[in-house]
Design a protein around this ligand. Structure first.
Ligand code: GLV
Ligand code: MG
Length: 350
């Protein structure tokens, strides 16, 4: 039996003086979550420019930050949060996981010193709703204590077999949930998958075509290793009003493969991906902004069916109430992209 709070209590603050949870997520464009090591001086020196180029800046405190640098990374994130104006660009952090020696100080220090600047905390290695409940309660207490005026959201990384099994309960755990990202590296390890790659395909994961009559070579079609998990995550997220994201793509030299993987995720319903290298920022912009031709066609559908009902033919293709809704998803996304990206606004003709 699943035990959840009543609807009335679901939306009540978990501490006296904590801000009211959101009933629906703030509207933000988040095509790429750009990871930076927050204690690196070279990266900080370029941060003003980076903030203009990306939709979300994420100060990473977890994996890829050496054990000896965890405190410096945390302090670097707090000072960067206070020293820069992020404007419309989101400010996120990835804290260390719940069973690590750093997580409690990550949360308490960040909410104390930067609670009114941080939009989202990314929580790694989430296994079930209990992980979300713990951080939810802790954040409410800290928000109340430090007079934080808007709720800090939680974004879960889906990167353990148990997390994937419990993905729906994780999505439903709290109104503080922002969304989820696929974590293909940790997930591969947790599941015992036989790949050393960070996301993307694998040449051996595929389907062999039937033997040819002439005995010629048989085609082998590579398949997407992550299709099942991304689909499961998208359904869990969208059914609870959350946002699904593809995570990292580790082969920085293979932009084409990164683009193909991001595009699969976009077509399946994801709204963005992580950029771990500057070259991936443009890839994510290209993929997660709808194609101007698609936007023009979608706008035609909306125009031809002003009240969204009935059936019409456009360019030989049948349109009805369902395709009107598909068109609206694309036009709404294009308007959001245009609000942050003047070049694309022009391409869409807005
Ligand atoms: C990301 O954190 C991953 O494990 O892929
Ligand atoms: Mg991970």
């Amino acid at each position: 039996m699943s035990v959840t709070r009543t609807p009335a209590k679901h939306f009540a603050p978990l501490a006296i003086g904590a801000p009211e949870p959101y009933r629906s997520l703030p509207v933000r464009i988040e095509r790429m979550i750009h990871f930076i090591p927050p204690h690196n001086d070279k990266i900080r020196a370029k941060l003003k420019e980076t903030i203009k180029q990306v939709d979300v800046v994420l100060g990473n405190l977890e994996d890829a930050i050496a054990v000896g640098e965890k405190e410096q990374a945390r302090a670097g994130f707090i000072s960067m949060a206070n020293d820069f104006d992020f404007g419309q660009t989101g400010l996120w952090t990835r804290i260390n996981c719940l069973n690590s020696p750093w997580m409690l100080d990550d949360v308490t220090e960040i909410v104390k010193h930067a609670g009114n600047k941080v939009d989202v905390i990314m929580l790694p290695k989430v296994e079930g709703p209990w992980d979300i409940h713990y951080l939810d309660q802790l954040l409410a207490q800290l928000e109340a204590r430090h007079k934080v005026t808007r709720p800090i959201l939680i974004h879960a990384i889906l990167e353990t077999a148990e997390g994937v099994k419990n993905v729906e309960a994780i999505a439903a755990a709290s109104p503080r949930m922002h969304g989820m990202s696929l974590g293909p590296a940790d997930l591969a390890a947790s599941r015992g998958m036989k790949t050393t790659r960070v996301g993307g395909g694998h040449p051996d994961y595929g389907v062999l075509a039937d033997p040819a009559k002439d005995g010629g070579p048989r085609a082998h079609y590579q398949q997407d290793l992550w299709h099942y998990t991304v689909g499961k995550m998208v359904d869990a997220c969208l059914s609870y009003g959350l946002k699904p994201f593809y995570g990292p793509f580790g082969d920085f030299a293979d932009g084409a493969a990164c683009e193909a993987q991001f595009r699969n995720a976009f077509l399946q319903g994801c709204l963005g991906a992580w950029s771990l290298h500057p070259s991936q920022i443009e890839i994510a912009k290209r993929v997660f902004s709808p194609d101007p031709k698609e936007v023009a066609f979608a706008a035609k559908i909306l125009e031809a069916m002003p009240d969204g009902t009935g059936a019409v033919m456009i360019d030989g293709k049948m349109q009805d109430d369902a395709t009107w809704k598909q068109a609206k998803v694309i036009v709404d996304l294009a308007r959001l992209v245009a609000s942050k990206d003047p070049d694309r606004a022009a391409a869409y003709g807005f």
